[in-house]
Design a protein around this ligand. Structure first.
Ligand SMILES: Cc1cc2nc3c(=O)[nH]c(=O)nc-3n(C[C@H](O)[C@H](O)[C@H](O)COP(=O)(O)O)c2cc1C
Length: 300
């Protein structure tokens, strides 16, 4: 059997370079699909066994002799690369993460296309479910395009407020008591503020950012997939000296609007995912803020 998705059909090709393979079994132990075996001292690949080879590439990465090549399901031989330089260590990462703040004031300076590519390359390393990924990215690469996206999204905010105002007595039934309260006290006022600021020519939706990246999932994605990718994009942008702000509104609005999905070439069915406003911070953050989880419970 081969696990088909709307992007991955058919069988993967697993080439074993016999002259290099020692049949050590490292790839067998690591393979999540159990399509590799050592039989009578010889490595055997059965890419159609069980759920079939997913082209995760783990066997290629662990082989001490570089004896395996996998291609298919969006994986090519050229994708097996050596990570360059030294592995980032915890102190560096901690400094980066602790120093990050949501940025809502950006300098009037574009984000270079090289940096956009770097952010996307880093985000694409996210564990977005079994490959090939079902996560897409809508890129608004300059301020004009970000503003165009904002102008396109604002009518959806207005529509949402109108519908939700009309359905007010049913909020509790529709959303549950707590979520309904959150909606009334948090989401609705924010939605209102987008419109109020817009009337004054101010952008509190994308904060005049010179770049917006919206990570969405196609129908078969898990809702977490685009969020994980967006989170890595946020960290990558931070590493490049840029600032980011997570934006929760664009996703549901794009999912709702067939007209906008058509305009921006998005698939018919998408998961809301997560959007990032990105740019050069206008303000320097001198201090970090420690944050904590609501609770950490141990399994007794
Ligand atoms: C799902 C989600 C949606 C968010 N949407 C917005 C938003 O629309 N506008 C905004 O200014 N911040 C938004 N944020 C950012 C949070 O407000 C931010 O995480 C919070 O202010 C904490 O600030 P810090 O990043 O500086 O710690 C969102 C965060 C999440 C997780």
């Amino acid at each position: 059997m081969v696990l088909d998705t709307n992007r991955a059909f058919g069988c993967v090709k697993i080439d074993i370079r016999r002259e290099r393979c020692l049949a050590c079994g490292t790839c067998v132990r690591i393979c999540p699909a159990e399509v590799l075996n050592v039989r009578e001292g010889v490595l055997v690949a059965e890419p159609e066994r069980g759920v079939g080879c997913l082209a995760c590439g783990q066997c290629v990465c662990v082989c001490p002799r570089d004896a395996i090549e996998v291609s298919g399901r969006d994986l090519t031989r050229a994708d097996a690369v050596l990570p360059d330089g030294e592995r980032a260590d915890y102190p560096h990462l901690r400094r980066l993460l602790l120093g990050r703040r949501s940025v809502r004031r950006f300098r009037d300076e574009p984000v270079s296309s090289e940096d956009v590519d770097r952010i996307l390359e880093a985000a694409a390393t996210a564990p977005m479910g079994f490959p090939p990924s079902h996560v897409g990215v809508l890129v608004a690469r300059d301020r004009e395009r970000v503003q165009q996206l904002r102008r396109d999204l604002l009518p959806g905010v207005r529509g949402m407020r109108k519908v939700m105002r009309a359905l007010r007595p049913l909020h509790g039934l529709m959303l549950g008591r707590e979520a309904a309260q959150g909606f009334r006290r948090f989401i609705m006022p924010i939605a209102q503020s987008y419109e109020d600021h817009d009337a004054r020519g101010e952008d509190v939706f994308f904060y005049d950012a010179p770049l917006a990246l919206h990570f969405y999932g196609r129908a078969l994605a898990d809702p977490a997939d685009p969020v994980i990718a967006a989170t890595l994009a946020m960290v990558a942008a931070e590493a490049l000296g840029l600032g980011t702000c997570v934006l929760g509104f664009p996703g549901p609005l794009l999912r709702q609007s067939a007209k906008l999905r058509r305009k921006y070439g998005l698939p018919e069915k998408i998961q809301p995912g997560m959007c990032l406003a990105i740019g050069h911070p206008a303000v320097k953050f001198g201090r970090a803020i420690r944050r904590r989880f609501v609770e950490i419970r141990a399994v007794a």
